[in-house]
Design a protein around this ligand. Sequence first.
Ligand code: FES
Length: 107
Amino acid sequence: MGIQPSHAGRGFEAENGKILTQTVIFTFNSRPFTGYRGEILAAALRRGGIVALGVSAVDGTPRGAFCLMGSCQECLVLVGGVPRNACRAVVDDGLCVTSIAPLGGGS
Ligand code: FES
């Protein structure tokens, strides 16, 4: 599913077999992260150590990618100010991603 790890240090292999090699810088809650242009945002954040993308409006518990196919809405974030599912958005240079519900403690 999505993008699979490829040979170490040589990029990621997309499901269409294309190797993504161009690294880009994007931000999540003002923290810089490195990803591959065209990489699924949720995967790039996960690789960067980010699991919680926001918090539940009901009980404040951390929420993150669950289904990875656009169904559960647990990965909803703001990408350039527009609500998007992190499992359906792709990384690009300068992308500005923020949690919809602020995370405590800067995670
Ligand atoms: S992980 Fe379920 S919609 Fe993105």
